[in-house]
Design a protein around this ligand. Sequence first.
Ligand code: ASN
Ligand code: ZN
Ligand code: CA
Length: 344
Amino acid sequence: DGLETAAGDGASLYGGTVPLETTASGSTFQLKDPTRGNTYTGDAANKTDLCFGSICFSRAPATLFTDADNHWGTGANTDRATAAVDAQYGTNTTWDYYKNVHGRSGIAGDGKGSYNRVHYGSNYNNAFWQDSCFCMTYGDGDGSTFGPLVSLDVAGHEMSHGVTSRSAKLNYSGESGGLNEATSDIMGTLVEWYAANASDPGDYLIGEEIVQPGFGKPALRFMDQPSRDTKSADCWSSSVGNLDVHYSSGVANHFAYLLAEGSGAKVVNGVSYNSPTCNGSTVGGIGRDALGKVWYRALTVYMTSTTNYSGARTATLKAATDLFGAGSAEYAAVAAAWSAVNVS
Ligand code: ASN
Ligand code: ZN
Ligand code: CA
């Protein structure tokens, strides 16, 4: 068909200059990656969809980005291709993370790529995954509270909603909703660490690249101590399921931080954290790789649409048994980390 894979690069907003595999079509290049299921990025032209609840009619196109020399973007948002570079890079990195770390080929596990729409709406302060289009959509932010929402952790977060909807299908309300959100924060964070990008290094913060001074906090969410956002729960209680899912997620984000890094004050990759447990216990961390293995297996093998926090403890302990053995240090650490956030 005259289409060939080509090696290009892009000047991104948040990740410096990144490699991009693109499609050569005659004398132009398309921002479409044949090595990752033909995942592509298009321009939504500042239009928005028309939604009635969860039913949406797409009025925002995804006009495929093209380029003459296969060097994309300028590193500044004045060039419409720049945010597209970040989005495509985020999709690529998330693809590679799931493929190379978990053996999952694509969001649905069937080798098929998704697509991205950037420049959605005007001053739009959000990004979202939609199962209906199997696609990701990114706003540019209003510039004072948020910049373009195309950072690695946000891409990994939103695309992991796709993974959840093709695996555990955690209902997006109550405690299962908090687990759904936490799954996206945990996996998005592991995507960011996986990238090992010097311009956007790994941390346990969500959205630190996109928040602007007007937001008033250094990140959207904080896994070491989720209450740093003033709204999320650090510890389980019987009413945690009444919170918005982006705040009930705090309990599992806190569990995940404790499991990877352990309790107490610590500097990781140059960032200071302080993660007190909920009951004076002390827990030791087993690292991010083990966290990722345990959570992914729990999500894809043991969790269901109605899994609650107690069920997540059981699911992750089963996963730890499968991966490391029932008498392993990892199993004991999973149990201790849940107990540390008051989940029994
Ligand atoms: N960024 C939000 C999220 O991932 C978008 C949404 O659908 N509420 O939860
Ligand atoms: Zn989310
Ligand atoms: Ca981050």
